[in-house]
Design a protein around this ligand. Structure first.
Ligand SMILES: [Zn+2]
Length: 476
């Protein structure tokens, strides 16, 4: 049996880890399951990999297991299906629901980008094609099979798996695999993305289940390392957020917040509501300008059993976010355009979170040149994304082929992360019932993964390696 890292090795996107039960290095006779099937995002050298086939023919892969619904973990599924994959795609019920809005939306953005490139002849490909279409995304959703947290599923004679809570976003789970190899049993744990530890002071505003499942045991661990070289600020973001918003409104500016549509947007809206109700920020209109916003909120409300105590309290007090008086959910393009006409301060929360596409681009284009406005980042910005450039202080940024001057105030609040930082990862790893024989770090920029490896070796005395793209690891 072996594992091969087909993505999120040396970078934070494109998660794809293949398990093949074959004892033969060609892998031909094995059962093959892909843990996550994510899109590469960020730098062009990575994004180009979305257009390449996997080293394993898609039709030879027997099943997919999804850790969660972020596109860097599920966004390549329509390509896999197009390539001939016909097996089941296992996901928790909330992940499956979220995929049903996120994948068609991702396809829609790809179609829009291709149409834009064709209209403006900005692509060397004629005609420019989308990576996949809305129809292809819809078709791939029919392969989703839901598995509840804790339920054990037999994949093949050698493999079973179950989901445990990773506390990253709604529906997010780690994948515990039990493998039978030559008469003995091996536990493999794929963490996907790991959420903040169980402490509301450390992770204020957490929408879902607090803290990753403790007391895991694994012979082989494949773990994310996004924040392997950083610590989140441990102070409450609310006073800083209140000051940033109040100062901007006072000078007549608007606040533009690029935000991931799922989890981050819901968390941020809850916090704005709390600040408004307690009089810490003025009551200005809040626009959740994402075609997915209403659907995503509805899916959150449907899976309320995953909520943290704080979220339950907020909703009991103020009711559904969809009916809050200052909040507007702009589903149509016309509603979105109307926000541009607003002469008075507004708060616009829109996706994509790293400003790589979506409606946020129109808002940035319009609001970046005015120094009264504030662009506020509340999420991780990967190298090579527009968000990364703006956050790092470039004087101009290219949007729709135009150089747009960055004169607005730019600020970032790092506390909103849905990823555990290094001390939190160590805290979680210390709860393990036994030490893994080996740990592979994935899903991190090279510096972050290397530093986390060194820290884990020093603090825990574990055998830790940074996974390489296409590397094969024998499990015995
Ligand atoms: Zn994620």
């Amino acid at each position: 049996m072996y594992i091969q890292f087909l993505g999120a090795a040396g970078t934070v996107t494109g998660s794809k880890h293949l398990i093949n039960t074959s004892t033969n290095p060609s892998g031909k006779d094995g059962f093959q399951v892909l843990i996550d099937c994510g899109l590469f995002q960020g730098l062009k050298e990575w994004r180009l990999r979305n257009w390449q086939d996997l080293p394993v023919p898609a039709r030879e892969i027997d099943a997919v297991i999804l850790t969660h619904a972020h596109l860097d973990h599920c966004g390549w599924i329509p390509r896999l299906v197009q390539g001939g994959f016909t097996g089941p795609i296992y996901a928790t019920p909330a992940t499956a629901d979220l995929c049903s809005i996120l994948l068609p939306d991702s396809a829609h953005l790809q179609e829009e980008e291709a149409a834009f490139n064709n209209k403006h002849r900005t692509s060397k490909h004629k005609p420019a094609l989308p990576l996949y279409t809305v129809q292809q995304a819809q078709r791939s959703l029919t392969l989703l099979k839901t598995i509840d947290f804790g339920e054990t599923k037999q994949l093949c004679p050698e493999l079973t798996f179950r989901f445990t809570h990773s506390a990253h976003i709604l529906g997010a789970g780690m994948v515990e695999i039990t493998a039978r190899i030559n008469g003995s049993t091996r536990q493999l744990l794929f963490t996907g993305d790991i959420g903040r530890v169980r402490d509301n002071l450390v992770a204020p505003g957490k929408v879902v289940y607090s803290g990753p499942q403790e007391g895991e045991s694994a012979d082989l661990l494949v773990m994310e390392s996004t924040y392997g070289n950083r610590e989140h600020p441990h102070d409450d973001p609310r006073p800083q957020l209140a000051k940033l918003v109040s100062d901007t409104v006072k000078r007549g500016g608007s606040v533009v917040v690029p935000s991931f549509a799922v989890e981050r947007t819901q968390k941020f809206l809850l916090m704005l509501k709390e600040l408004m109700e307690s009089g810490q920020i003025p009551r200005v209109p809040v626009h959740a300008d994402s075609p997915m916003a209403i659907q995503a909120v509805s899916i959150f409300l449907k899976h309320a059993k995953e909520f943290s105590d704080d979220t339950k309290r907020m909703l009991a007090q103020y009711g559904s976010p969809l009916t809050w008086p200052e909040f507007h959910f702009d589903s149509s393009a016309d509603e979105s355009k109307k926000i541009n006409d607003s002469r008075f301060p507004v708060i616009i929360v829109s996706s994509s979170g790293m400003a790589t596409g979506g409606r946020i681009l129109h808002h940035l284009m319009q609001r970046l040149p005015d120094p009264r406005n504030l662009v506020l980042f509340i999420g991780f910005q990967a190298h090579g994304t527009r968000g990364f450039s703006i956050k790092s202080g470039v004087p101009t940024v290219k949007i729709f082929g135009e150089q747009v001057p960055v004169r607005a105030q730019v600020a970032a609040l790092e506390q909103f992360s849905d990823h555990a930082d290094t001390p939190e990862l160590l805290e979680w790893l210390r709860t393990f019932k036994k030490q893994p024989r080996v740990t592979f770090l994935v899903h991190g920029d090279p510096d972050a993964s290397a530093q986390l490896r060194d820290t884990m070796e020093k603090e825990l005395k574990w055998d830790v390696q940074v996974a390489h793209w296409l590397q094969k690891v024998t499990v015995d």
